[in-house]
Design a protein around this ligand. Structure first.
Ligand SMILES: Nc1ncnc2c1ncn2[C@@H]1O[C@H](COP(=O)(O)OP(=O)(O)OP(=O)(O)O)[C@@H](O)[C@H]1O
Ligand SMILES: [Mg+2]
Length: 283
């Protein structure tokens, strides 16, 4: 009877032990499952955050691209169209041979604008900038076209011993557009007869000045159009500074200070508030 009791006790103990083991194991499995679910939730959250950040980056990219397109259209295409319109306006009343010739030239210019629009639309596909084969020649062409479409006399001064073509593509295109818009402003607002365009290089600093002898304006009171806004954003893009000086009755001078920057440079430079160069690491 004692043995029987012992056996019964032992088997009862074993059953209880088994039950306890089962309970512990199922408990563990449940905890593990919960932990797994939690982990999954956390990684879902992480993926969601990543997607959100990605979307924000894309939005930013889109906005800066939109800004660039609007700047190119305003400073490039619109400027050229205005010039052609002026020429045609002047020719409207004339029928002699030279007027016929000039109309032909205006048509030629229209074709160039078409080319420009085409190249802007190509750039949108390839995300690259217009290339200058010879920067000084391009500027000279722009000045010639501007003089043909207005009564302006433009004098261009630059150091001939400087390799203007080795300037970075960004510097060249933005500088070209700044000059284009400044000339448009002179034609539209200044009523000037003379313009001076000066390019100067002082070591790694570029100084560009566009001055006219027109009627001037109150810099603080003038309404800010797209033109001045674009100039500001282009100068900022090039790490430079700029300044408009104008005296009513005496004319206007726009000065731009830029780092002399080539495409090959490892570090990039910026012009600080004091007009001095500083090095910034490229990221
Ligand atoms: N060379 C200048 N001579 C006289 N006034 C000028 C000259 N440049 C700019 N201004 C004045 O500054 C204002 C702002 O020029 P801005 O180029 O920003 O705008 P806008 O030429 O009027 O229009 P848009 O948006 O087409 O450029 C002009 O409206 C004009 O009053
Ligand atoms: Mg303007």
């Amino acid at each position: 009877a004692r043995d029987q009791q012992l056996i019964l006790g032992i088997s009862l103990g074993l059953v209880l032990l088994g039950l306890a083991a089962i309970i512990i194991i199922t408990q563990r499995v449940r905890v593990q499952r919960l932990r797994f679910q939690q982990q999954q939730q956390e990684s879902n959250q992480e993926i969601f955050n990543l997607m959100l950040a990605q979307k924000q980056k894309m939005e930013e990219g889109k906005n800066s691209e939109k800004k660039r397109i609007s700047e190119e259209l305003h400073d490039g295409v619109l400027g050229a169209m205005n010039g052609i319109r002026m020429v045609l306006l002047g020719l409207n009343k004339k029928t002699d041979d030279s007027a016929v010739n000039m109309r032909g030239e205006a048509l030629e210019k229209l074709k160039e604008v078409q080319e420009e629009i085409r190249s802007i639309s190509h750039e949108l596909n390839h995300a690259s900038y217009r290339k200058f084969h010879n920067f000084i020649n391009s500027i000279n062409d722009l000045l010639k076209e501007t003089m043909a479409a207005s009564d302006l006399e433009i004098a261009f001064n630059y150091n001939e011993d400087v390799e203007w073509d080795s300037l970075s593509g960004d510097t060249k295109i933005n500088l070209y557009r700044i000059i284009q818009e400044s000339l448009q402003n002179i034609i539209k607002h200044a009523n000037a007869s003379k313009v001076d365009l000066d390019f100067e290089r002082l070591e790694d600093l570029l100084k560009i000045r566009i001055s006219d002898n027109g009627k001037g304006f109150d810099v603080r009171k003038a309404k800010k159009g797209i033109g001045q806004k674009n100039i500001r954003s282009r100068v900022q893009k090039l790490n430079g500074t700029w300044n408009v000086e104008s005296t009513p009755g005496e004319g206007t001078t726009i000065s731009v200070l830029l780092p002399y920057q080539t495409d090959q440079q490892e570090t990039s430079l910026l012009v600080n508030e004091a007009g001095q160069l500083e090095e910034v690491k490229k990221d």
